[in-house]
Design a protein around this ligand. Structure first.
Ligand code: PRP
Length: 230
């Protein structure tokens, strides 16, 4: 075997030994936007393009990458436990879940705001004195905001969706929820009363993966960042 053949064999073996890097993507729009960004840096996953597929996990054998689709709130869980090395998820979910993961890149898309909203008459209830009920899908974010930033004692009521209903039907005085275009609030006679924080989609990484696969993950993040700033 000449030295060149020897190197080819070693390279081949290295390639075969390379382990899969696994991505947990938030199902829906975030996953689609993430794949579009990855395509810009030469990472494709054809089988994910089929709009009718019910598959949950997709593989790019050449690049040794796996992608799976999960519900947003589960993405930080998969990443914390190392079932995925990398995740793409909204910052709201990262804040709410409080998992031990690294937040490494702001993708800039999925922009929206976490807000306190309600009928405009509810504004006067946000002066820090009133005992009010707050309905939300994000109890931790709501509690932190009212306790730490406003010093207002409130009762948090956890709901799972259509949060705007709560003040309309008298379940709560205000809500803490995501506002993107503002049309859901508007169409239901509600308004933004206070802004908690701006939000966008983020890349998160498992801390052990970051150490063990540092070169691959760093290159990937740099390439994504470059494509975002193009
Ligand atoms: C989100 C959020 C608001 C709405 C805001 O709900 O909870 O209801 O979008 O968007 P807009 O400002 O553009 O109207 P989602 O559609 O995720 O459904 P959900 O209410 O069942 O959680």
């Amino acid at each position: 075997m000449n030295p060149e053949q020897g190197r080819a064999v070693t390279d081949n073996r290295l390639e075969n030994d390379m382990r899969y890097l696994t991505f947990a993507l938030t199902k829906g729009r975030l996953a689609r936007k993430t794949m579009a960004l990855l395509e810009e840096i030469g990472i494709f996953c054809e089988e994910m393009r089929d709009p009718d597929t019910r598959k949950l996990i997709f593989v790019n054998e050449d690049l040794k990458l796996k992608f799976f689709l999960a519900k947003g709130p589960d993405v930080p869980t998969y990443v914390e436990y190392g079932a995925a090395d990398i995740g793409v998820v909204g910052e709201d979910t990262i804040m709410e879940e409080g998992r031990k993961i690294y937040e490494v890149l702001d993708l800039g898309f999925g922009r929206c705001r976490m807000c306190v909203a309600g009928p405009k008459e509810a504004q006067k209830l946000l002066n820090g004195q009133e005992q009010i009920r707050v309905a939300t899908k994000y109890p931790k974010i709501a509690r932190d905001y009212f306790n730490d930033q406003k010093n207002q004692t409130v009762e948090i009521i956890k709901l799972n969706g259509s949060i705007e209903l709560a003040p309309i039907v008298g379940l709560a005085e205000v809500i803490v929820d995501i506002v993107e275009t503002g049309s859901t609030l508007k169409e239901n006679g509600l308004t933004v009363l206070e802004e908690v924080c701006p939000l966008s989609a983020r890349v998160v990484v498992n801390p052990v993966s970051m150490r063990m696969e540092n070169a691959r993950i760093t290159k990937l993040l740099n390439d994504m960042n470059e494509a975002l700033n193009k």
